[in-house]
Design a protein around this ligand. Structure first.
Ligand SMILES: *Cc1c(COP(=O)(O)O)cnc(C)c1O
Length: 493
């Protein structure tokens, strides 16, 4: 038994006596049990429940507490006011947007990270080495060189932003953007029309302007048209613009389409442009033996953005950016500040620091939950899980095609299924409304939680199978519930 430390009562926020430590310990163990019990019984509850008005009002009216409260009372508030009304993405019936399901292992690891309270902005300590290891593993998995640079960030939005910054600094004369700004330069980049919205926002935030992201036509399977890309670059150069970047998407957010990465890499190389891949969820499919061949070209990327918190199931948040050339990554962000000076030994050794590679100085220990996830599950099992998600998506596709009232609205490239109820008595616009209402009905029913998107101008029901817990039975339940909602809405029930 470890004896808890004793200290004289003072400013410390730690428990102040052996008895207080014992009380804390028992509350903390109960909290852990609360979450484990909740995870073990996920399937028994609804996917999502709306937060009741009175609880929402209580949050909005609550004042900053000035006096001390008990941990036990706070734990009760969490259990009653938060736990039942969360996003629902842990539940097997959650299919909305692209959310990871999380794992018990990731949860436990995140608690350890909070206990350590390490700051991974820099300095010389084991947590920084763990992040370096995770980055080296990530680079190896994506087919980049072992010595590629990178860091863990909040998510792919930040990872894509960092990549756009690095790519613009790597353009001819790009380093002067750091001090002089864009001046009159007209740098432009390219991505398929189905690119995630965070990439155009990255252009906006980087000061390049969102219009500097030129959108390239896609084919019928929603993949970038490489010939159109080539034509656009040529026309832009002729018009005096300065192309610097091409973004390929590995797993588009609407349909899961994978751009022809190898063809895009060829164009980028030929034109002397930076090749970045947004593989937020889709790049995780490199873990699958069967899907990996479809990601060929990913290994030619100059930078890659992806998330451990989506298909790799690490708890939020855990995005990752990788940059093939460590020098280019470092020169895009490095600063010299005297209070952050680096030493040859002691705690201030170990340069380069992660704060040299992105906008954040203070950074948490995201790497711990990623390390735990990869160590405990292993890449083979995670790859099989990715395959199973795709099989569940294909099963949903079969069910949709077997129902006369349902129509598949996009090819199933990966793990996303876009379909739509077509009520015969309705026109297209009425069907758009109907499908939107059905999705809200489903979410409120607690049975399943898909989301919507627009495909070829039509509103569709979109089911993204990202959760390792989702099985055939869950998509069967989804289809039954869609049909039931449709029939009650069209007055059939
Ligand atoms: C989710 C997603 C993003 C944004 O990632 P976050 O982790 O949510 O910031 C970017 N691109 C694609 C294709 C995505 O699916």
């Amino acid at each position: 038994m470890n004896e808890p430390p004793t200290s004289t009562p003072g400013h410390s926020l730690d428990p102040q006596s052996e008895q207080e430590w014992t009380e804390f310990r028992s509350q903390a163990h109960l909290m852990l049990d609360d979450m484990i019990n909740d995870l073990a019984a996920l399937r028994d509850g609804p996917v999502w429940r709306p937060l009741p008005d009175e609880r929402r009002s209580a949050f909005r009216a609550a004042q900053v507490p000035s006096g001390a409260g008990s941990l036990e009372a706070w734990r009760r508030s969490f259990r009653e006011d938060v736990l039942p009304y969360a996003t629902g993405n842990r539940h097997p019936g959650f299919m909305g947007w692209v959310h990871g399901g999380g794992t018990p292992v990731g949860m436990a690891a995140d608690m350890l990270a909070a206990g350590l309270n390490a700051n991974l902005g820099g300095r010389d300590h084991a947590p920084v080495e763990v992040e370096r290891m995770v980055i080296r593993w990530a680079a190896t998995l994506m087919g980049l060189p072992e010595d590629a640079s990178g860091l863990l960030v909040t998510g792919s939005s930040m990872a894509n932003f960092i990549a756009v910054i690095v790519a613009s600094r790597a353009a001819p004369g790009g380093l002067s953007l750091r001090t002089a700004g864009l001046q009159s330069r007209r740098l432009v980049g390219y991505a398929g029309k189905t690119v995630h919205g965070c990439v155009s926002r990255a252009f906006d935030m980087a000061g390049l302007g969102s219009e500097a992201l030129r959108l390239v036509d896609v084919d019928q399977e929603f993949r970038m048209d490489v010939a159109a890309l080539r034509r656009m670059i040529e026309a832009d150069r002729a018009a005096g613009l300065e192309p610097f970047l091409v973004v390929g998407t590995a797993g588009s957010v609407d349909t899961g389409a994978i751009d022809p990465l190898d063809g895009i890499a060829g164009v980028a190389k030929g034109e002397g442009l930076w090749f970045h891949v947004d593989g937020a969820f889709g790049a995780t499919a490199v873990l699958s033996e069967t899907i990996r061949p479809r990601l060929v070209g990913l290994e030619r990327a100059d930078s890659v953005a992806f998330d451990f918190h989506k298909w790799a199931q690490a708890p939020y948040d855990a995005g990752c950016v990788l940059v093939r050339d460590p020098e280019r990554h470092a020169t895009a962000f490095a600063q010299s500040l005297s209070y952050l000076s680096r030493e040859d030994r002691g705690l201030a050794a170990g340069a380069p620091w992660f704060c040299d590679l992105g906008p954040d100085l203070s950074r948490g220990f995201r790497a711990l939950k990623v390390w735990a996830t990869l160590s405990v599950y292993g890449t083979r099992r995670l790859g099989e899980m990715v395959d199973r998600c795709c099989a569940v998506a294909r099963r949903l596709g079969q069910l949709v095609e077997a129902e006369p009232m349902l129509e598949l609205m996009a090819p199933i490239s990966l793990n996303i299924v876009c379909f739509r109820v077509c009520a015969r008595e309705c026109d297209d616009v009425e069907n758009d409304i109907l499908n939107g209402e059905i999705v809200k009905d489903l979410q409120e029913s607690g049975i399943a939680a898909p989301s919507t998107t627009v495909i070829n101008g039509r509103k569709v029901i979109r089911a993204a199978i990202v959760n390792h817990r989702t099985e055939y039975a869950d998509v069967e339940r989804l289809v039954d519930a869609v049909l039931a909602c449709a029939s009650s809405r069209s007055g059939g029930a």
